[in-house]
Design a protein around this ligand. Sequence first.
Ligand code: PLP
Length: 360
Amino acid sequence: MKIPPCKPVFDKDMERAAVNALRNEFFILGESVYKFEEMFTKYCNTDYAVAVSSGTAALHLSLIALGVKKNDKILTTAMSFIATSNAVIHANATPVFSDIDETWNIDPKKIRIKDGVKGIIPVHLYGRACDMDEILEIAEKNKIFVIEDACQAHGAEYKGKKVGGIGDIGCFSFYSTKDMTVGGDGGMVTTNNEKVAETVRKLRHCGRKSSYEHDIIGYTARLNTVNAAIGIEQLKKLGDWIEKRRKNAALYQKLLSDVKEVSLRIPENDKKDVHYVFVIRVKKRDELKEFLKKNGISCGIHYPIPIHLQPIYRELYNYKGGEFPESERHAEECLSLPMFPDLKKNEIEYVCDKIKEFYG
Ligand SMILES: Cc1ncc(COP(=O)(O)O)c(C=O)c1O
């Protein structure tokens, strides 16, 4: 049996929509872009959604739109994809980190707002919402903003609310492995703040105020029309895919619950996960990954190095290791098992059998 780690979907509906958009719309900022934004707004229950070229661009432009400048600090989790904090550096500010807790998301109890911190970027890691009430309370007390990094969490819920509509801004990625894609790179900024939405619209489009007038220094960070057209079709199917992912996750949880070498993510009742990836924590992680690979099962690792210990962050900010112990331990033990909507019951059983075989 051969099982890939993930399987992006591109079906006939998406193909038809892509060709139709290429034939009948402007390649750049065609009708489909605005339709996709409108649908995403409804999906996240926000007033505005602005489509951009990637999740990184969504974060970068959001930080600029909120007025972040040189010497500002932005706090985020040490356990995320590096793009979360790279966006802070792109915006000319400095990322500072905080550790995770046993839910594998940022631990609100450990957050310390020091001088110069202007905002928090909680990351809804692997499709699980962060403790947003606690984070919003910290932000309100310190008069700082919250940008939700929802790049791994399209459709995830916190106390009945979709992520991306809880903080000041939500940022999404449509990179090919995400639980929805656009058939290439893409991103979305969601917000209820009209001024922020308007600024991000300008920033993505060279700072254009009108056809020939530019009143801010902008970027070329638009979502292509063809990608938006694919995104529309994907968004229509997202709910169904999330349900399938949840079923798959429930089966993994059931089959692995009695394997003492495997730690599963602790459940949290007020959150509905979307299982962008299905992560377990294990000892002898690399050996297990290799064993599974030999048996046709491809796994990922999200992430083997916490951001602060990436070579460039060590060099820039002098991190040595030991600063964020929970993130560092997580990086050593985490393993992402195959996860996609059409993963079959017998495939999940096979993966779990092989894990049990490995640990004897
Ligand atoms: C948590 C997180 N933040 C940001 C990004 C950046 O998104 P993109 O790759 O679309 O720039 C990603 C995904 O790649 C991500 O997983």
